[in-house]
Design a binder for this molecule. Sequence first.
Ligand SMILES: *Cc1c(COP(=O)(O)O)cnc(C)c1O
Length: 406
Amino acid sequence: MDSTVTLSNAQSFIELENEFGARNYAPLDVVLARGQGVWVWDVEDNKYLDMLASYSALNQGHCHPRILTALIEQAKKLTLVSRAFRTDQLGPFYKEICEMTHSHSVLPMNSGAEAVETALKAARKWGYKVKEIPENMAEIIVCANNFHGRTITIVGFSTESQYRDGFGPFAPGFVTIPFGDAEALEWAITPNTVAFLVEPIQGEGGIIIPPAGYLKKVREICDRHNVLLILDEIQTGLGRTGKLFAEEHEGIESDLTLVGKALSGGFYPISAVLSNKEALSVFNPGDHGSTFGGNPLACAVAREALKIIKDENLIENSMVMGNYLIQNLNRLSSPYIKEVRGKGLLVGVELKKSAGGARRFCEALMEKGILCKETHKHVIRFAPPLTITKEELDWALERIEPVLCP
Ligand SMILES: *Cc1c(COP(=O)(O)O)cnc(C)c1O
């Protein structure tokens, strides 16, 4: 029997997803068929401005022609050897990403969650081998309202009850403190603390920006107690906040930095742990790995995706366009807006509770040709590709205004 499906209208695609797929997402009912730059088109050829950019995985824009070429050229040559053998892509990728990010060492994985897991393993091993804490006593401090991914270890230290519900038992060894509170970190550290894992800005948590000076204090506290600072820059990194990394806003350097999402410009799952100190050197052959991690296709894609961030001045554009967007959103006199906040092109519009949640505003924006998604019920996140122009932002603002200021 021929089970190939030919469909044209949106509803039939939605029905297929609903019939055969696990219901672990609640997407907006827009069925996309192609994308280019900041724009996407649905199956009925309606055009939308993508202001979510796949949670910052598309900093370089949809289907960037240079990344597409890199992908195709590499796919014709060699895609996977596993790490049993070496390739002519891995070393150059290592050198280029380390030089660009001022790192000493790198470990490539696939998803963001895997990069987080890798850093947790590195931190624990560093704790036992270098800091010499007693076996199985390692503690890692994390923040309330965090988002670091969806593995069982990671959701085990989430404070979002839905992320945890039904998935226990969880791994021990994690201690939760409030986000943005450096004093709480100082209090939570014990002789067995190996690391503090934190997002420079909480993205999924609602674009929460910590008080100025927070990361600087955190760095100083971690140094004083010989605790590794792990920054999860999977969402904030690679230009999103108007710097290559959000840590640069406070002039600090982490011990381990996690990147993912935009590392491939949306073509392929690629993540990495970047290390400035000895943390990654605790791994010996056989300690950790991934069949696809660091494969030549991933490396070729990531090399080009990183070059584009530099060649197209995406970091500066993120800063300039982000300021422009925030300024203009702040100018709206809306009965619904409680606060506009952001850094670079990571922007959150928090609505008053009386607005009844951000979802209906995202649906109304979709009708007008703007795609974005609510986060944490009351926040609309605007995070378009970093390639966006002033004209495109004006196009967006013209459509955002009537939705937020009826
Ligand atoms: C998206 C995200 C992750 C998880 O990445 P996946 O690729 O979805 O596993 C981890 N941390 C942060 C801050 C993220 O935004």
